[in-house]
Design a binder for this molecule. Structure first.
Ligand SMILES: C[S@@+](CC[C@H](N)C(=O)[O-])C[C@H]1O[C@@H](n2cnc3c(N)ncnc32)[C@H](O)[C@@H]1O
Length: 211
């Protein structure tokens, strides 16, 4: 199986869309996600490297996997400007090319919505984390009201086609809690702040510790 997943249109659009999101508060979320991270880090689905400027000095090394070639090239450029050593390489979250218990932290931001098999990805993340290691996550997730969930299920009929496989109705926070992690802290919020109905607005930002 090749590690490449080509989404050329999404890869062109995503950095611009995310720049708007960064101004609306996304940058603060990324800083919060990585605050206190330390040691050897694996970032899955790193995109164009939007998290890289936010890694604190206590991080010794980041291995950043990105299966989309155009985004991976942008991530490699961003890695050269990062405040800590970052190595960018191909790779899918469901099949990690890392040893058991070999990393201190795994970072997943806005990615478990897109991986084809998130349960397998979480099993892989758990495998490569050392016991007590942290999964730091920033994800949009399933809403809480029946109306919102219905809206998300309708959106998911078309959303994955325009957003490179992303699904908005996934209960990723529940899957994390049920995959051999203890959630140490998590906050839930709506983002971005807009009056427009947005099926991807429910977000979680948290840390789960590998049992
Ligand atoms: C919405 S983007 C988020 C990128 C980045 N994590 C961020 O926070 O900006 C989703 C990313 O997941 C990647 N992706 C999709 N399927 C994946 C998989 N199976 N394993 C790892 N990454 C995947 C995509 O290529 C894309 O870069």
């Amino acid at each position: 199986m090749t590690d490449d997943l080509r989404h050329p249109i999404f890869a062109r659009l995503y950095p611009r869309l995310d720049a708007a999101s960064a101004k609306a508060g996304g940058d603060e979320h990324r800083a919060e996600l990585l605050d206190g991270a330390a040691g050897r880090v694996l970032e899955i689905g790193a995109g164009y490297g939007a998290n890289f400027p936010h890694y604190p000095e206590a991080v010794a090394e980041v291995v950043a996997l990105e299966p989309e070639p155009r985004l991976r090239a942008l991530a490699a450029e961003a890695a050269s400007r990062a405040p800590v050593p970052v190595t960018v390489r191909p790779g899918r979250a469901e099949d990690l090319d890392l040893d058991d218990a070999s990393v201190d932290v795994v970072v997943a931001s806005l990615v478990l919505c897109s991986v084809r098999d998130p349960i397998r990805a979480l099993a892989e993340i758990r495998r490569v984390l050392r016991p007590g290691g942290e999964l730091r996550y920033y994800e949009h997730v399933r809403g809480r009201t029946p109306g919102k969930i219905r809206f998300q299920r309708y959106a998911d009929l078309a959303w994955p086609l325009i957003a490179a496989g992303c699904r908005v109705s996934r209960p990723t926070d529940e899957w994390i809690a049920g995959s051999g992690f203890t959630v140490r802290g998590q906050r839930r919020f709506e983002f971005p702040p807009t009056a427009m109905p947005n099926p991807a607005s429910p977000h979680v930002l948290g840390i789960a510790v590998r049992d």
